[in-house]
Ligand binder design. Structure first.
Ligand SMILES: *[C@@H]1O[C@H](CO)[C@@H](O)[C@H](O)[C@H]1NC(C)=O
Ligand SMILES: *[C@@H]1O[C@H](CO)[C@@H](O)[C@H](O)[C@H]1NC(C)=O
Ligand SMILES: *[C@@H]1O[C@H](CO)[C@@H](O)[C@H](O)[C@H]1NC(C)=O
Ligand SMILES: *[C@@H]1O[C@H](CO)[C@@H](O)[C@H](O)[C@H]1NC(C)=O
Ligand SMILES: *[C@@H]1O[C@H](CO)[C@@H](O)[C@H](O)[C@H]1NC(C)=O
Ligand SMILES: *[C@@H]1O[C@H](CO)[C@@H](O)[C@H](O)[C@H]1NC(C)=O
Ligand SMILES: *[C@@H]1O[C@H](CO)[C@@H](O)[C@H](O)[C@H]1NC(C)=O
Ligand SMILES: *[C@@H]1O[C@H](CO)[C@@H](O)[C@H](O)[C@H]1NC(C)=O
Length: 377
């Protein structure tokens, strides 16, 4: 007996640490810190890190995923921010998140997702709203046994520039249902949407925006910064953070300049200055300049603005040797049945129609959608 007891004691002493290590590994959650390079951020994030502008978010590729919790900090919109969440390239589902811990309903996203057979999952998350769109990511908790893999971005990347007509104002899922987002999904592309409802291109106060897009585009923050108490300032956007750099730039703007009675001549000058400045960032990328589709009326033709100005802008660029600026003539793309009667902005179906028309236009121009996402799920 005296011989056996110490042996048992020794066995227990040797086994215990092993058992403990095993128990630890299989029960403790995996925490991914916000600085982890495996998180693929897109859109405009400040240093907290927190989002600005509709559509900013992140993607993460995880093997053996069964649960995911976003732990959000104090710079998150109070009381909540609406985010779209997509599992394995399925539809985006709205989830409302707040400061603190937010467990995502992954299992209920299963039905919308492509098959989960590889055991590798791609989760895509972005803010939906043009306001109340701030999420301050502190860390992400995953189930034990989950393994974060690199996310490889698409080699196609769109940069959209615009106002309410691009930001998805009045849509139930905001920018996630807007034509820029839909076009990017269809091309299996990365995208950034810098679009501010009510804002003019001209740097003037317009419908609550303290600056125009020709100013705000170069900032991290959207014009909502002015209405916050915790971040009432702007910081320059570091375009090197856009990875990959945009391969195609799309600009659809001018509606609010027209509403603010900016003359056609002044608008053309502002647009030309803006394009010249964009060229310092996007040196050789094609830039697509949309003409307005106009404001549809219950009867009669759409009400247009700056007729001829967009042609003039594109021609001026060509005249200075910049052939990579293209006019996208959207006349006839949107009619009264495509808009909400009370605000004349495109409906969900209206945005789908615009997206379809621009996709066709891009294919005619020479851009083909990617066949597969660069990171398969
Ligand atoms: C994927 O399938 C596995 C096995 O059926 C399951 O355990 C896991 O929860 C699924 N992943 C997600 C994200 O639903
Ligand atoms: C994750 O972030 C939350 C705050 O959102 C914090 O309380 C928690 O300590 C963090 N976890 C780790 C492991 O850093
Ligand atoms: C999110 O919050 C908004 C605003 O309170 C609400 O209208 C919407 O129904 C919520 N959506 C979900 C999916 O909880
Ligand atoms: C997947 O995670 C579970 C715990 O959630 C773990 O028991 C299992 O061993 C893991 N599988 C792999 C292949 O890593
Ligand atoms: C933000 O700062 C400006 C002055 O620069 C001030 O007029 C405005 O009221 C501030 N916003 C808030 C919400 O305090
Ligand atoms: C623009 O001009 C129209 C017509 O002259 C006028 O009714 C409107 O008030 C003006 N709008 C602004 C913002 O100055
Ligand atoms: C725009 O102006 C041209 C002539 O400069 C005219 O032919 C055309 O009908 C106008 N279009 C609209 C939508 O007003
Ligand atoms: C745009 O398309 C409309 C309708 O097809 C046409 O009338 C107009 O001339 C076009 N404008 C330009 C600048 O090409």
């Amino acid at each position: 007996m005296a011989f056996i007891l110490p042996t048992l004691g020794l066995l227990i002493a040797v086994l215990a640490p092993i058992v403990l290590v095993r128990a630890d590994a299989s029960t403790s959650p995996i925490v991914v810190q916000n600085k982890d390079p495996l998180i693929y951020y897109h859109g405009r994030w400040d240093d907290s890190p927190g989002t600005w502008w509709a559509g900013s978010g992140f993607k993460i590729h995880v093997e053996n995923l069964s649960s995911m919790t976003l732990n959000l900090g104090p710079h998150t919109t109070s009381l909540l921010a609406s985010i779209g969440v997509s599992l394995n390239y399925g539809d985006f589902t709205t989830v409302n998140v707040s400061e603190g811990s937010n467990t995502l309903p992954l299992q209920s996203l299963q039905s919308d997702s492509e098959e989960n057979t590889t055991g590798k999952n791609v989760i895509r998350i972005n803010t939906e709203g043009w306001q109340d769109n701030r999420i301050n990511l502190e860390n992400i908790t995953l189930n034990s046994g989950a393994k974060v893999l690199p996310y490889k971005p698409s080699r196609l990347a769109f940069q959209f520039i615009g106002d309410s007509l691009s930001a998805g104002q009045y849509l139930p899922k905001g920018v996630d249902q807007a034509w820029p987002f839909l076009v990017s999904e269809s091309f299996k592309a990365e995208h950034v949407v810098v679009a501010q409802p009510g804002a003019a291109l001209t740097d003037i106060v317009s419908y609550g925006n303290v600056h125009g897009v020709s100013y705000q585009f170069f900032k991290t923050e959207d014009t909502g910064f002015y209405y916050t108490t915790d971040h009432n300032y702007t910081t320059p956007w570091d375009f090197k953070k856009d990875v990959p750099a945009a391969t195609h730039v799309v600009s659809h703007i001018g509606a609010n300049d027209a509403s603010q009675n900016i003359t056609a001549n002044a608008f053309v000058d502002t647009y030309l200055d803006f394009l010249a400045r964009l060229r310092t960032v996007y040196v050789h990328q094609p830039i697509f300049v949309f003409t307005p589709w106009g404001w549809p009326q219950p009867t009669g033709p759409n009400s247009f603005y700056y007729n001829g100005s967009y042609t003039e802008i594109v021609n001026e660029r060509h005249a200075v040797g910049d052939k990579d600026v293209f006019l996208v003539n959207t006349t006839g793309w949107v009619s009264y049945e495509d808009v909400f009667p009370d605000n004349i902005h495109p409906t969900v179906e209206g945005h789908q129609k615009i997206a379809g028309l621009f996709e066709k236009w891009l294919e005619g121009w020479g851009l083909q959608p990617e066949k597969e996402w660069a990171t398969p799920a």
